[in-house]
Write a protein that binds this ligand. Structure first.
Ligand code: FAD
Length: 329
């Protein structure tokens, strides 16, 4: 009999990734609806000390598998360890972040366990009658939202992109750490990591930023981002964009906000020369405060903006930079 909602807790360099914390929040809600528990799966070489934060954010139990083979993410040892955890415990649901690691791991496990997997879910709910997991994701190029169920196989598995779910903080009296041993052999390590070279980017991932200054087609060209950069620097913000600016080659794809980009929830979101297409709004409308500047009075972005300025960004952005500089002086 399968039970409990499991979350694969991603760590890199022993640091718990935010997406795992966000997924625990959703898992808490799903487990409460099922009257079951939330269980984290944490793998690494020496990661047990990281478990307290998981209980604070919704886990009742954490299964920890420690082994030197799990120090860095490698598909086979990670898949083997999680497969053993799933086989032994028979979870009802398993959630993974739709990160490069989750996207590699989850399909492999789905095939090995012989169950279904819904990728890139934007919404997860429990069906009141059947108690099945309702997994909703954009389909047909984002033109419809499809709700998918996995009726006949367990666990029901889904990946969710970072930033989509909201973390919760709970006062949970439960905090059970279960240490599981997995026997690895040399044959489980089918790759050799010779060297890890980290990219030297000073840029923060846009899903982690507190303030985002986002530019759209209204910038008129890649040079439009130079002015936005000045504003971002003054505010200690990150630059993001609409898809139009990415498609035009003005900015890298990893900066794109929206349905086919990233979902962000910063404290402050500037939408500069962005019309507010539904696919863009899907990625930013939950921001705490939205300030939009657009020369078209009836641009849809103003429907979600807390503060809207009708005007030309070429005139407004430099003025804004000057004012902030003066305020800071
Ligand atoms: P536009 O819609 O062209 O808007 C430009 C705005 O700038 C206008 O409102 C204009 O009034 C204003 N403007 C122009 N000049 C100035 C000026 N000087 N000063 C002030 N304002 C000015 N889009 C995304 O952003 N993210 C996604 O993830 C995404 N996914 C998609 C998925 C699918 C399946 C599809 C079909 C579309 C997707 N899109 C996405 C595209 C989306 O539909 C829009 O085409 C896109 O968001 C438009 O970008 P924009 O607002 O920058 O450009």
């Amino acid at each position: 009999m399968s039970k409990d909602v499991y979350v694969f807790i991603e760590q890199r360099d022993n640091k718990i990734q935010k997406v795992g914390i966000e997924l625990l929040g959703k898992a808490r809600e799903l487990a409460d609806a099922l009257g079951q528990e939330v269980v984290g799966i944490l793998l690494g070489e020496s990661v047990k000390s990281e478990t307290p934060v998981l209980f604070k954010h919704g886990a009742d139990k954490v299964i920890v598998v420690e082994d030197e083979m799990l120090k860095e993410y490698v598909t086979e040892p990670y898949a083997k360890a999680i497969f053993e955890v799933i086989k032994e415990n028979e979870p009802e649901i398993v959630l993974y972040g739709a990160t490069s690691i989750g996207r590699d791991l989850a399909p492999r496990l789905a095939a090995r366990i012989h169950t279904g997997l819904t990728a890139d879910c934007t919404k997860l709910d429990i069906d009141e009658e059947s108690k099945n997991l309702l997994m909703t994701r954009p389909a047909f190029g984002g033109n419809i939202m499809a709700t998918i169920i996995c009726e006949d196989f367990r666990p029901q598995m889904a990946t969710v992109r970072p930033g989509v779910m909201q973390s919760v903080t709970v006062d949970n009296p439960k905090s059970e750490v279960i240490e599981k041993k997995v026997e690895f052999t040399a044959a489980d390590m089918n790759v050799t990591i010779r060297e890890i070279k980290k990219s030297e980017s000073k840029k923060k991932d846009i899903t982690e930023a507190n303030i985002l200054v986002s530019g759209g087609r209204g910038l008129g060209g890649p040079e439009g981002f130079d002015e936005l950069d000045k504003l971002a620097r003054e505010l200690d913000a990150e630059i993001s964009s609409s898809r139009a600016a990415v498609d035009a080659g003005w900015i890298a794809k990893d900066r794109q906000v929206g349905q086919t980009g990233k979902t962000v929830r910063p404290e402050l979101y500037f939408a500069m020369g962005i019309s507010g297409a539904i696919q863009h709004l899907a990625g930013m409308e939950d921001s705490d405060l939205i300030i939009a500047v657009n020369k078209t009075e009836d641009a849809p972005i103003f429907d979600v903006a807390d503060l809207g300025v009708v005007g030309d960004i070429n005139a407004i952005v430099p003025k804004l930079v000057d004012i902030i500089k003066k305020e800071k002086a």
